[in-house]
Design a protein around this ligand. Structure first.
Ligand SMILES: [Zn+2]
Length: 231
């Protein structure tokens, strides 16, 4: 039967989008800052590029590791909840039926109808009904650690690749400033895209990522200059 549900809700994609934007934002800010810092310490263009590539790989791997660990623990919690639910359904089906009916009453059904809906759904697939309506877990939102790790590493790599490519193409004498300006433009575009797809204020989206990105680059450039002067 053709699905009647044709309108697309932003919320379905929001968590994946947010992870991708955060990953790309991290990639741009951390790699651009690293490149600007090393360039400010008057390193050669090839040394800057080596540092940039190392920063990209290290950043992507740490993003993937961090995402995998955090989503895995979420997945473990979900699996533990589902296992507990399975046990409760096996040992106390009547109490579980009352619990589910109560949830439907709270959602607006009258008690008789709620009891009947709970009964029919538990006959069809009791665990699925409880996992969905009691635990609030759905297939769409269930934790996928490996997928999350790969996505965030990819997003970081795409983000980091922008200032790195700019550093490769920029004239050596103006490398730090060209990477700085280009990275701020990349951040503005990313901020606008994230705000637009999330249905939020575009101006606010641009301002916040650009401000913090600029702060990170300025501070790192300062540190690079300091070390360059001491070198
Ligand atoms: Zn239950």
């Amino acid at each position: 039967m053709r699905s009647l549900h044709t309108e697309r809700h932003r919320t379905q994609h929001i968590s994946g989008l947010r992870a991708a934007v955060l990953g790309a934002n991290d990639g741009i800010v951390s790699t651009a800052s690293l490149i600007i810092g090393v360039a400010a310490a008057s390193a050669s263009q090839s040394a800057v590029l080596v540092a940039g590539v190392a920063g990209l790989v290290a950043g992507a791997m740490s993003m993937a590791a961090g995402e995998y660990v955090s989503v895995s623990s979420q997945s473990d919690t979900e699996q533990a909840d589902i296992a507990r639910e399975r046990t409760e359904l096996a040992t106390e089906p009547a109490k579980e039926h009352a619990e589910l009916a109560e949830i439907y009453v709270r959602r607006g059904l009258d008690a008789t109808l709620a009891q009947e809906v709970a009964r029919q759904l538990m006959v069809k697939d009791a665990l699925a009904a409880h996992v969905r309506d009691e635990l609030g877990l759905s297939d769409v939102a269930s934790a996928r650690p490996l997928q999350a790790a790969v996505y965030s590493a990819l997003a970081f790599t795409l983000g980091a690749g922008l200032p790195l490519l700019t550093a490769w193409l920029a004239p050596e004498a103006y490398l730090a400033s060209v990477v700085g300006v280009a990275s701020l433009v990349f951040l503005m575009l990313l901020g606008a895209l994230a705000a637009y797809t999330g249905g939020a204020s575009i101006l606010k989206g641009i301002t916040s990522v650009t401000f913090w990105g600029a702060m990170a680059m300025i501070v790192t450039a300062g540190v690079g200059l300091l070390f360059g002067a001491m070198g």
